[in-house]
Ligand binder design. Structure first.
Ligand SMILES: Nc1ncnc2c1ncn2[C@@H]1O[C@H](COP(=O)(O)OP(=O)(O)OP(=O)(O)O)[C@@H](O)[C@H]1O
Ligand SMILES: N[C@@H](CCO)C(=O)O
Length: 322
């Protein structure tokens, strides 16, 4: 359960009194997620999500995240929308943390990923990329290639506790990625964390996207690579080429991938693998004792990294070049 900050009933009632949401019926910590403290807040006006932003969210970025959700919703994408208080302000403070109430999305994220989910995902991801066009704020991706070295430095001295030799393997990979990382591919607003638990489905169709707190300006194809890693590997570690084909084909129908973007997928997938490996490694070594959170396994992403290191070309995945 991701609840880092406990909120008392009195605090919640005083907080909600600043909105036109009626009385608080209940407020329960949500047993999912690792980044922020999330609560299912039920008021006289129905269910909402109360989020307290934790360590990895820079408060200065919150206007970007909240504005982006409004921008995307205005363009027809189903995503949470910040709720303003009676004073017109959405971003507040609760228990010493920046805090926001957002609208509740119907649907469920898929616990077991089927090939059809990957088709829905590809279309939804491409629609998100198109819908981000025209958003006036920008945010650099702090967790792209320039951010990996400092993140690694924070865990390097203890990395071998997780797996002997891990520190050297990561150092070598970072050298490679820093030298070969592509820069001249189409870019815009990306989600940057579109894992299955951030994509809701209803009756088999994608019904909404959540958790825009890593969204930023970066390469569109990097977002595709993040999804290949998060959606197209099976529990036994094998790469499911059917899922990958469906993801790419449905993405392509909405926003065609250029030949250069396809060519770059193997290195982008390596970058995506090291990004999640490094944040998971840091969290593995630094999650505060007593925090109600289920840590994620960094080595799952070492396995994915090793897989992509063997790939020279997109055709080696069994995927089409165009
Ligand atoms: N707007 C929403 N509508 C419905 N449920 C939501 C909403 N926002 C969050 N949730 C629920 O809360 C859970 C955790 O939310 P979220 O993914 O934003 O947390 P996080 O700590 O940022 O997680 P992550 O580890 O994915 O970064 C989701 O899996 C979902 O069940
Ligand atoms: N989706 C991330 C956690 C949130 O950053 C992971 O699975 O490591």
């Amino acid at each position: 359960m991701a609840v880092y900050t406990e909120v008392s009933d009195e605090d919640v009632r005083a907080f909600v009194a600043q909105y036109d949401l009626g009385d608080v019926v209940s407020c329960k910590g949500i047993a999912e997620g690792v980044e922020n403290s999330n609560f299912l807040l039920v008021t006289g006006k129905g269910p909402f999500i109360l989020t307290l932003y934790e360590k990895r969210v820079d408060p200065a970025d919150l206007p970007f995240f909240l504005g982006l959700m409004d921008h995307l919703a205005a363009r027809g994408l189903t995503c949470p929308q910040p709720v303003a208080g009676t004073d017109g302000v959405a971003l507040r403070s609760l228990c010493g943390r920046p805090a926001v109430i957002v609208t509740f999305l119907k649907g469920m994220w898929p616990r077991r990923i089927l090939a059809d989910h990957c088709a829905g995902l590809g279309e939804g991801l491409a629609r998100l990329h198109l819908a981000g066009d025209g958003f006036e704020l920008t945010r650099r991706n702090a967790l792209s290639v320039a951010g990996w070295r400092p993140l690694f430095a924070a865990s390097r001295w203890r990395a071998d506790e997780v797996k002997p030799g891990l520190a050297d393997s990561l150092a070598e990979e970072l050298d490679y990625l820093e030298t070969h990382w592509p820069t001249d591919l189409p870019a815009g607003i990306i989600h940057a964390d579109l894992f299955p638990d951030n994509v809701f489905f209803s009756d088999g169709a994608l019904s909404g996207l959540i958790d825009f707190y890593f969204a930023c300006n970066d390469l569109f194809a990097y977002d595709v690579a993040i999804c290949l890693n998060a959606w197209c590997f099976e529990a036994d570690g094998s790469f499911n080429v059917t899922k990958a084909r469906l993801l790419l084909a449905s993405y392509d129908r909405v926003r065609p991938l250029s030949a250069a973007e396809r060519e770059a997928l193997p290195i982008l997938a390596r970058g995506s693998a090291i990004r999640f490996l490094l944040t998971r490694l840091y969290d593995w070594l630094n999650t505060p004792t007593g925090a109600m959170v289920k840590r994620k396994d960094p080595l799952e992403y070492l396995h994915k990294l090793r897989f992509h290191q063997q790939i020279r070309h997109i055709a080696d995945y069994g995927l089409d070049r165009s």
